[in-house]
Design a binder for this molecule. Sequence first.
Ligand code: BG6
Length: 466
Amino acid sequence: MENLTFTIFGGTGDLTFRKLLPAFYNLQAQKKLADDFSIVIIGRRAYDHDSYCEEVKDWVKKFARLPYRIDEYERFSKRIHYVQMDFTDLNNYEMLDAFYKAHHLKNHIFYFAVAPRFFAVIAKGLEKVENACLGKVIIEKPFGEDLASAKALNKDLEAFFTKNHIFHIDHYLGKEMVRNMQAIRFMNPIFQDVWNAKYIEHVQISALETVGVENRGGYYDQSGALKDMVQNHLFQILSLVAMEQPSTFFGEDMHQKQLDVLHALRSVEKLDIHDSVVLGQYFHYQNENQVKDDSMTETYAALRLFVDNERWKDVPFYIRTGKKLNRREMEIVITFKRTNPDVDANVLLIRIQPTEGVYFQFNIKKPGDSDEIITTSMDFCQSCSDFNRINTPEAYERLLQAAVQQDTSWFSKWDQIEYSWSYVEQLKERMKQEQLPLFTYMADSDGPKEADELLMRHHHKWNSIS
Ligand code: BG6
C-alpha cells in the first residue's frame, strides 16, 4: 500500500530503541521501505525531531544488523516524526489527528509498544483520528495476564479495529529456523512421509536461557515460565511441528492448521499431571529485584504433552524452558523409532539459536572389514556458512516487513492465543489442586534433575547431541 504511516506508541521505550528502529533502519538500508513510508514516534519525553534522531543514532549504531552509514541514516531520519504527547490523555488525540493531516499522513499501522493496560485508552483516543479505525494494529506480548484479561483486551481492540487487522507479535515466529520448519517438513519427502506416529518416537522442543529475570522481576514474578514462554512461543512452535499440511503457507490456511493442533492437545484433565509437569525455580531467584521473598513462581517448566490425533497417536511431545541454565539453546529434536533395538535412533535436530542449522543422525556400516553398525551424522550449520554472512534478518525486521506487506501468517491469531491461555490456565489450576512441587535448581545447571527423571521414566532422554 502506498503512503503508509507507521506510528509507534511507546517511542522512547527500550523495545523501540533496541529492536524496532534498528530493524526499520535495516529495512531502509535494503531499500525495502517505499519512499513515502513514514514513522511517527509518540513519546512523553521532550525531544524534537533532531534530538530524537540524535538519540536513535546511537541505538542504530549498536543494534542494527547492517552497518551504520551517515547518508543512509540521514535518509532514514527524514522518515521520522516525533510527537511529544501523553497518550493516556484523551484530549491529546485531536492534536494527533491535526498532526497527521498537516503532514498528509494516512494509511495507518499502529504499534502499541506499551504495557497492555494502555491498549484500551489508546484505542479510545484513536477514535478522534480520522480513518484510524481502518488501520492495522500490532501488539506485543504479554497479551493479558490470564484468559479473562486477554479476552478483555481483545474486546477493547476489536471494538475499534477490524478483527483481521489486529496483529499479535510472537517474535519466535520471525526466527529464521522457525520459518524454515515448513520447508524442512513439507519440501522433503524423506521427512514428510515419516512425520507421524508410525516412525516418530518422540519430539522435544527446548528453549533454554542463560539469563535470569534481569530487570523484569516485577512482571516475571506474576508470570513465570508457563505464561512467559510456554503459552506463546512454545505452543506456536509445537503447532508448527505437529500441524497437517496447509493448502498454502499463508494467513488463514496456516492458522487453521496450527489451531487444529492446539485443539487436539490431550486435555488437561486426562493428563497424569505428576508425570506430565516438572516446575523449577533457580536458587536465589527470590533475591531478585521486585521478586517476592517467598515467591513460588516457576523459572523452569518441562512438560510431557500429547497431540491426540491420528498422526501423533501416543507420541510424547516434551517441551521445556528455563532461565539461568548453563546454555542458551533453542532447538527441536525429532527422534525416530528404531528399526533394530541394537542400533541408535535416527535423530533430526533443528537448531534455532544460537546457531541455526539442521543435524541428522543416522547409521552406517563401519568402514573397512567390519560389519559393525555405527552412528554418524550430517550437520548443516546455516549460521556458519557464507550464505549466512549475508546475515539472517532479526525476528523484528522480518515481522515489521511482514506487517508493512500485510502478511498475517507471521503473526499469532486471537483464537490461538485464547486457546493456549485456556490450556495453560487449566494446567495451572490442576497443578494447584494436586499441589505439584516446585523443585529448585542451581544457576548455570541443566535445570532440575526431576526434569531428566520425567523422561527417564519413559526410557527417553533430553537431547544430548551438542
Ligand atoms: C520473551 C520472554 O518473550 O522471550 C523472555 O518474555 C525471554 O522472558 C525471551 O527471555 C526469549 O527470547 P529470545 O529471542 O532471546 O529467545
